[in-house]
Design a protein around this ligand. Sequence first.
Ligand SMILES: [Mg+2]
Length: 357
Amino acid sequence: MNVRFWPFHLNLARKWTIASNYGPGGAGGTEACGVVFVELRDKDGVVGLGESAPSNRYHETVPSTVAFLEKIDPARLSFSDVMGSMSYLDSVAQDNFAPKGAVNIALLDGAARQAGKPLYDYLGLGFTEGKHITSFSIGIDRPQIIQEKVLEASSYPILKLKVGSADDTNNLAALRQAAPTKLVRVDANEAWKTKEEALERLEWLASDKHIQFVEQPMPATTSDNDLIWLKNRSPLPIMADESYRSIADVERCAECYHAVNVKLMKAGGGSSGFRALQAARKAGLKTMLGCMIESSILITAAAHLAELADYLDIDGNLLITNDPYIGATAQNGVISFAGASERFGLRVRARSEDKKE
Ligand SMILES: [Mg+2]
């Protein structure tokens, strides 16, 4: 097996601000996000594509991703043995979920191509066209910009509003001026520090009759007692994101939340994302598939797991201007493989290959 990897900067169409990088007076936010693309090629020429979108929140960066990938012996990776290859990666170093996730996705791509199947069929899930709709995320901003963003996103039937700033009330009001009754998901990204503050904000949000649920109202380090107190009183379902990293967190989340957000980059790839979704459903939790700022490689990888999710929030590739890949599309929010020119594996190809034809 041959492995190649290269860092890349995804440029955001609009500055991206959430509670954790919001500064006083509207400062903060980011204009580009670093990812690392991975390509595996076996001796028969079968290629698998992967991507790592490391997140500071989980203490992972582009340099830490590259440092891990440099330690890999590609001779120990095989499209014919994805699980064995993952055990090898776990023996290289602990944690490093973002680079392990990238290699896992490349392995799954190659394995499904080798089997002559789309990844969703290789995984036994299938994919129903017309059924899976992603939300479109509106980051924290000034109310006037929120309104502009919401109007720009008018073709998307579901929005996700980031909160956790001093402008929350004005921002929701601005959103409602542009989209009075649109279904909205809210993400607090751990912003509310006490259970009383969280409950007060949840009650305020519940006075809007078109809010579906609220993600991560309090920090992941909040005690179980406080989270259970909040869950029992919350007028809206609460969803774990930062609290649900992988299958190891499932029991705690079943006690403390109504739903979980699974991201391939938190879980360490498609195989562990699959298990995290399945375990959450078995525990009675509603499931969402989420994402980081990512190219179409990771977004499409998540789309292959759509049948395991009650909700989709896989819009990271819609927020960038220089996506080098094409895979699943999201016209009007509807995730589709109908236009994918690749038949097997992830069904992703480089945009530059399209230009050559
Ligand atoms: Mg979230």
